[in-house]
Design a protein around this ligand. Sequence first.
Ligand code: 13P
Length: 253
Amino acid sequence: MSRKVIIAGNWKMNKTAAEGRELVEALKKSVAGLEAAEIVVCPPFTTIGAVAEAAAGSVIGVGAQNIHWAANGAFTGEISADMLKTSGVKYVIIGHSERRQYFGETNATVNSRLKAALAAGLIPIVCVGELLEERESGKTEAVLAGQIREGFAGIDAKDAEKIVVAYEPVWAIGTGKTATPDIAQAAHAFIRQELRALFGAAADAMRIQYGGSMKASNARELVAQPDIDGGLIGGAALKAEDFIALIREALAL
Ligand code: 13P
């Protein structure tokens, strides 16, 4: 089954509206007419409006970095699906390890956010991945299985096809230590096997991105792996020239 490569930049807590707009203007020129992949940028909430305006009419999709499960109400600091959609957002990152680590995100909150995103027609990018000590103590598969089974509980196979999974080993994020293509492929194959157990054949249509120190110099080899369908990129997505170089390598252009 052929799956369209998806390359997303997660800007995390970086960039003002003006900086975001500038990056997208530069990126837009380089990816004009590109059909081989979906290109997404995920700015902070305050930058989404400016970025969506700059990206309008281009192939660049806009994603958010979080979503709340309620439609509205007394949830200070949170953002609803409708607020995202009406700001030009099509994708949303859910359960990033930084949210799990610093903001109390759990598999249960991931599940609630995922359901809200799907109900609103947003494309969720659900992050999973093990800590260094979990890998070193042989728990990687158990951790991934738990994140997937609990995070995806109650989701239908027909909705599952829309979900993008990002495998981000926590030890590779922002550390410069990329998983080798073999290590990443093994984890992706395991994730797909878990998805197959939940969703059957729909698992073969689901994209699984790799994330964790992906850059131009390793993107090609990673995305060439059979179960790696793109990347979720932090540091190397913050400068237009780096992100453009990475996209070209990932797509072997
Ligand atoms: P880095 O690419 O900076 O390692 O970050 C990866 C990441 O967390 C993307 O969501």
